[in-house]
Design a binder for this molecule. Structure first.
Ligand code: FEO
Length: 163
C-alpha cells in the first residue's frame, strides 16, 4: 500500500477512536447532569465510532499494511448545556467528513482504487452522521430552556436502538 495512504488511514483510526472518547465523555457528563437518555444516545454513538476505527483496522490488516496506534487525546470533560455538547458533536462530525474526503482524494491521486472503494462506505455514513447530529441540535434549539421539553427529548433520545 502507498505509504501516504497507509499513514492517512492510521491517522483516521486515531480520529475515530478520539470521536469515541469524545462522545463517551459527553455521555459521562450527561450521566452527571441526570440526563440518562442523552447519555445512552452518546454512549451508543461512542460504540459506533469504535466500530468505525475497527473497520479501518481490519482493512489495513487485510491489505497487509502496518497498523500503528497512537495516543488518543483527552476529550473535554464538561459542557455548559446539552445544546453545547450536541453542537460540538456536529462540528466534530463535519471535521470527520472533511478528513474522510481528503483520504478519498489521496487514494485517487495514488491510484489506490481499493481504498477509494473501501472509503465509499464512510462517505455515505458521514451523511447520516451529520444528519443525526443536525437533527439533535435543531430539537435542542427548539427546546431552549424549557425543562419539560428537555425531559421529553431526553426520553426520546434514550429510545435509540442499535443500528
Ligand atoms: Fe466515525 Fe462519527 O464518524
Amino acid at each position: 500500500m502507498n505509504e501516504d495512504v497507509k499513514k492517512a488511514l492510521n491517522k483516521q483510526i486515531n480520529m475515530e477512536m478520539f470521536s469515541s472518547y469524545l462522545y463517551l465523555s459527553m455521555a459521562a457528563d450527561f450521566i452527571d447532569k441526570n440526563l440518562p437518555g442523552f447519555a445512552k444516545w452518546m454512549g451508543m454513538q461512542a460504540g459506533e465510532e469504535n466500530s468505525h476505527a475497527m473497520k479501518i483496522f481490519h482493512y489495513l490488516a487485510e491489505r497487509g499494511a502496518r497498523i500503528e496506534l497512537e495516543a488518543i487525546d483527552a476529550p473535554k470533560k464538561s459542557w455548559g448545556t446539552p445544546l453545547e455538547a450536541f453542537k460540538e458533536a456536529l462540528a466534530h462530525e463535519q471535521k470527520v467528513t472533511a478528513s474522510i474526503g481528503k483520504i478519498v482524494d489521496l487514494a485517487r491521486e495514488k491510484k489506490d482504487h481499493a481504498t477509494e472503494v473501501f472509503l465509499q462506505w464512510f462517505v455515505t455514513e458521514q451523511v447520516e452522521e451529520e444528519a443525526n447530529a443536525t437533527d439533535n441540535v435543531v430539537k435542542l434549539e427548539m427546546a431552549k430552556d424549557n425543562t419539560g421539553a428537555l425531559y421529553m427529548l431526553d426520553r426520546e433520545l434514550g429510545m435509540r436502538k442499535s443500528d
